[in-house]
Write a protein that binds this ligand. Structure first.
Ligand code: CDP
Length: 224
């Protein structure tokens, strides 16, 4: 039976950085499920489909091809055969991802892919609904959070470093919009499930958080 660690939490809490490091240390693969919702949003944007148009999105999902590859612990995501790993990291795609992620037609297809990957490999999977919906039997569930100001600052710095022109207040507002959207949707919302351990990273370094999660895995993983 393959092993899994679920890391959920709001936007910009550091889930992907932490999940990548933890997976490398444990020899698991890292699966960034947000990238899949971003790829769907990118396709919708490129096809001029309004992110809130459920019918058009449902049709689009019938013909979408999303594949994931892992090399040197780095995930690449392909949309209809094209590597979009970088193209999905824009503010427009972030908000679009949160809008398309509301729809069951979008989620079910991606969840299916996520579960198939977790079935055959040991994974650290990050997202919003991993512990609550995708992998309810995960060996360890973490709810990773941080204050909204700290999360906005981290995301702003990351985008600036990539050379994108961004405004701090807009990054912060997008984040609040997405958190509300993700927490209030009816199907598989962002929630802290009862058996998840909360880690607040506001005043912690990346290495502190990684250390905590490894400790929790060694102590509390339900496969031991
Ligand atoms: O990295 P960041 O926290 O900014 O976001 P992400 O993990 O790349 O996810 C982008 C968007 O996809 C989120 O705002 C969610 O709306 C959606 N998402 C989701 O609904 N379920 C997941 N398991 C992962 C992401």
């Amino acid at each position: 039976m393959s092993k899994s660690i679920a890391i959920d939490g709001p936007a910009g809490a550091g889930k992907s950085t932490i999940a990548k490091k933890v997976s490398l240390i444990l020899g698991f693969i890292y699966l960034d499920t947000g990238a899949m919702y971003r790829a769907v949003a990118l396709k919708a944007i490129n096809s001029n489909i309004a992110p809130k148009s459920q019918k058009d999105l449902a049709e689009m999902m019938e013909n979408i091809d999303i594949t994931i590859s892992h090399e040197n612990n780095t995930q690449k995501i392909f949309l209809d055969g094209v590597d979009v790993s970088e193209a999905i990291r824009t503010a427009e795609v972030s908000v679009g991802a949160s809008n398309v992620a509301v729809f069951k037609e979008v989620r079910l297809k991606l969840v299916d892919l996520q579960r198939k990957i977790a079935c055959s490999k040991d994974v650290v999977m990050d997202g919003r609904d991993i512990g609550s919906y995708v992998l309810p039997n995960a060996n360890l569930k973490i709810f990773l959070t941080a204050s909204v100001d700290e999360r906005a600052k981290r995301r702003y710095d990351e985008l600036v470093q990539k050379g994108q022109k961004v405004n701090f207040e807009e990054v912060r507002a997008d984040m609040i919009y997405r958190d509300n959207n993700d927490s209030s949707r009816t199907f598989a919302p962002l929630v802290k499930v009862a058996d998840a351990i909360v880690v607040d990273s506001t005043f912690l370094t990346i290495d502190d958080v990684v250390e905590k999660i490894l400790y929790f895995y060694n102590e509390y993983s339900n496969d031991k």
